[in-house]
Design a protein around this ligand. Structure first.
Ligand code: NAD
Ligand code: SER
Length: 316
């Protein structure tokens, strides 16, 4: 747990993960300890819960000044362009995803920050990686610009740890499912849209084929995993690129069947688009035994529990 002298900066705090992570960090460590920042306006759920600053992480000097002004000791970097949006503008995705990380790693090195968190993704894997139970160390040849940027980012994290002892930690998140804030343009977003359409319209048009299995995780598990990793003693961590973590794996047909148990008459049709190719290049399930062994990772939500919780909360 950060002591009184720790100050945390969340960059990209108004995104799908950032809102929930910021709220949880404030709950655990105190609202004044956690500074939220983003390019966007402050998210309504963050208002009144703690300090908020406007920040473009691409501007290294502004970021550096902010770190000094607030005596920041830990940074969670969440700003990125995700897989589907990245394919629409590959150079922008590469530029943001790389430069934001390098800016944070450089300032962390220069100011001797205590810890940095930066997420990677299942998108580091490619069509030649094993599909089932994809291991931590295997063929890693991503075919999307998003995946390429995550792979390069992982290499930079390990480099800064080994060369400069910057204590940067990372998880390869699966597709994250949540109801508090909107997803930001990923291929796994279908697994969130389907809940909204099931409730609002009773049917869903899936942009992935019915049998497309992908690794998924419910947001409470992802937030808990992130904070648990950050709180683990550094000596226990054997992976300094990014840890595989898993929770569940399902296809559009399976999640639709699960939703139908709660909303009888719900229907789904399949109209795959360009995101199908991205999904086809990713694993179906993940081997997260190193995360389990090194820092005790254990998911709490499976497809049944996650679906019930999503529906209850979205219907409120
Ligand atoms: P998101 O798109 O919802 O949020 C990203 C936030 O970053 C947005 O609020 C955006 O305004 C902000 N941002 C963009 N450019 C910025 C800049 N220049 N300066 C400051 N802020 C900027 O993304 P997310 O889903 O919350 O993902 C966060 C991280 O987790 C990303 O690195 C993403 O690759 C990774 N990840 C997410 C998932 C998922 O399913 N959501 C899965 C795997 C990995
Ligand atoms: N959920 C993310 C995406 O689909 C995976 O990193 O882009």
């Amino acid at each position: 747990m950060p002591n009184r002298d720790q100050k945390i900066l969340v960059v990209g705090a108004c995104g799908q993960i950032g809102v929930e992570l910021t709220l949880q960090l404030r709950k655990m460590y105190g609202e004044g300890v956690v500074i939220a920042s983003d390019l966007r306006e402050e998210h309504p759920l963050l208002k009144g819960t703690g300090p908020y600053v406007s920040l473009d992480i691409m501007n290294k000097e502004t970021f550096h000044v902010l770190v000094l002004r607030y005596n920041i000791t830990q940074v969670y970097l969440l700003a990125a362009i995700l897989s589907a949006t990245g394919e629409k503008n590959p150079m922008l995705a590469w530029h943001l995803n790389m430069q934001s990380l390098l800016n944070v790693l450089e300032v962390a090195k220069e100011e001797n920050l205590a810890k940095v968190y930066w997420p990677s993704s299942i998108a580091v894997f490619g069509p030649d990686s094993p599909k089932e139970n994809t291991p931590q160390h295997t063929i890693i040849e991503p075919t999307t610009v998003y995946g390429i940027s995550k792979l390069a980012g992982e290499r930079w994290c390990e480099y800064y740890w080994k060369r400069y002892k910057v204590d940067v930690r990372s998880l390869r998140y699966p597709g994250l499912i949540s109801y508090k804030s909107q997803p930001g343009g990923g291929t796994t977003d279908y697994a969130i849209e389907i809940f909204h359409d099931a409730i609002n319209r009773g049917n869903y048009i899936s942009f992935l084929k019915e049998s497309t299995y992908l690794p998924m995780m419910y947001m409470p598990d992802a937030i808990r995993a992130t904070i648990e990793l950050m709180e683990t003693d550094a000596s226990k961590l054997t992976v300094r690129s990014s840890y595989n973590i898993g929770a569940m794996s399902f296809s559009p047909r399976e999640i639709a069947a699960e939703i139908t148990k709660h909303i009888p008459g719900f229907s789904i049709v399949y109209s795959p688009d360009n995101r199908q190719k991205i999904a086809d290049s990713w694993p179906a399930s993940i081997d997260d035994s190193l995360a389990k062994n090194d820092w005790g990772w254990k998911p709490e939500y499976d497809i049944e529990r996650m679906t019930a919780d999503m529906l209850v909360n979205l219907m409120k």
